[in-house]
Design a protein. Structure first.
Length: 190
């Protein structure tokens, strides 16, 4: 078996994916993605864009981001250099886990991937310097549908690892809290 799914707090929606790694004294080899193998483990998604994100310093926090329907995105995220604290938040108003979050440590060492489906917000905090995140999406970026939810929203209450200061973009510094997103989040109902 090349790929294996690990269950999460969100049942079958959010998936942690482990893959078989072949290593020896020279290094390692692994398949990072194989469409047929992903279908076998229940992930039949046509990805249309690959993205690469670099963060220079530990304490860089990106998110909580999502896109609204009809341009909502499923993301397949992996950390290829460094270590991140990766957070997903259920933004589906009719879900039993609405407003709940779960965190995962993704790193170059554990080689885990995280599948973040449509209807979930996504954020990550870099725990080391020089972090590279590589992720696939099943919908193209759409500025009109792009949204940012406050990373420190008390209604969600993500427990972030402590840093004296978080490095945030202007977009993330000025993001609105969940209550200001509720009308648009109704688009995820269904």
């Amino acid at each position: 078996m090349k790929f294996e799914v690990v269950s999460t707090h969100f049942g079958g929606a959010v998936k942690v994916i482990k893959q078989k790694v072949f290593g020896d004294g020279r290094g390692f080899f692994m398949e990072a993605y194989n469409r047929e193998e992903f279908k076998r483990i229940g992930i039949d998604i046509e990805f249309v864009q690959d993205n690469l994100s670099y963060s220079a310093t530990a304490g860089t926090l990106r998110g909580i981001h999502y896109q609204l329907p009809p341009k909502a995105q499923t993301k397949l995220v992996r950390c290829i250099k460094g270590v991140i604290y990766d957070v997903v938040v259920d933004l589906r108003p009719n879900s039993l886990t609405f407003k709940q979050w779960e965190a995962f440590v993704l790193s170059e060492h554990n080689k885990l991937q995280l599948l973040v489906p449509k209807g979930f917000g996504h954020a990550f905090l870099t725990l080391t310097d020089n972090v590279l995140i590589y992720y696939k999406v099943d919908e193209y970026y759409s500025p009109e549908h792009d949204r940012s939810l406050a990373w420190n929203d008390p209604d969600i209450n993500v427990e972030w690892p402590y840093f004296d200061e978080y490095v945030l973009s202007e977009k993330d510094k000025s993001a609105n809290v969940l209550v200001d997103h509720m009308e648009e989040l109704e688009l995820f109902r269904g």
